[in-house]
Design a protein around this ligand. Structure first.
Ligand code: URA
Length: 216
């Protein structure tokens, strides 16, 4: 069964030729941290386009230099971007370029060493997060553990409209996320083969956080 058949409309693969081109450079182990950061920002912006495709529009009257026209503008929908620390931070700038009025919440996750369950160690959300359309961002969706914990946290905060934007996803991670949250929409630039024994995505791009922040 293809991924399209398996995941249906709940997963969007943003596979525009420019996205695939940039992703190939991102994967290359020889790409510098500086270029890696720029590419993550650009890919986040492309994903933002797709993730905001369903925003409602309203008619506005505009006076052009020639005449008056009825045009469309995005309704005043309240948005929030929530990066999962730390690698998710790399996607915030690109998303904000597209949605400058969005608020940004931050969510830090750690993995309990005995239960291996992810828990939040830091959470700072906009006060009105429950009434916002929320886009959770993290470049890598591997096992899905952190993403699921983040989605669960935001549901507990009362968020109704939730989307998850990643750059590379493992099929296992997507399956886990879709099963854990029956409403969430997932956006990714690629669905890779799977994970290795260390839970790195294969072929993947290595540790996204280390490559963004140069901490290897
Ligand atoms: N997180 C990463 O940064 N890379 C992977 O391959 C998996 C999880």
């Amino acid at each position: 069964m293809s991924f399209t058949e398996e995941f249906g409309t709940r997963v969007t693969v943003v596979d525009h030729p420019m996205v695939q081109h940039k992703l190939a450079i991102l994967r290359d182990e020889g790409t510098s941290s500086k270029q890696f950061r720029e590419l993550v920002r650009e890919l986040a912006l492309f994903e933002g386009y797709e993730a905001t495709r369903d925003l409602p529009l309203e008619d506005v009257r505009v006076k052009t230099p020639i005449t008056e026209a009825t045009c469309k503008m995005v309704q005043g929908k309240k948005l929030a971007i929530v990066p999962i620390l730390r690698a998710g931070l790399g996607m915030v700038e690109g998303m904000l370029e597209l949605m400058p009025a969005a608020k940004v919440g931050h969510l830090g996750m750690y993995r309990d060493e005995t239960t291996h369950e992810p828990h939040e160690y830091y959470a700072k959300m906009p006060e009105d997060i429950a009434s916002r359309e929320v886009l959770v961002v993290d470049p890598m969706l591997a096992t899905g553990g952190s993403a699921i914990a983040a989605l669960h946290y935001l549901r507990k905060c009362g968020v109704k409209n939730l989307k998850l934007a990643v750059i590379v996803a493992a099929p296992e991670g997507i399956r886990a996320v879709l099963a854990a949250d029956p409403e969430v929409q997932v956006f990714t630039c690629a669905i890779d083969q799977g994970m290795n024994e260390a839970c790195y995505i294969v072929p993947g791009l290595g540790d996204a956080g280390d490559r963004i922040f140069g901490t290897k």
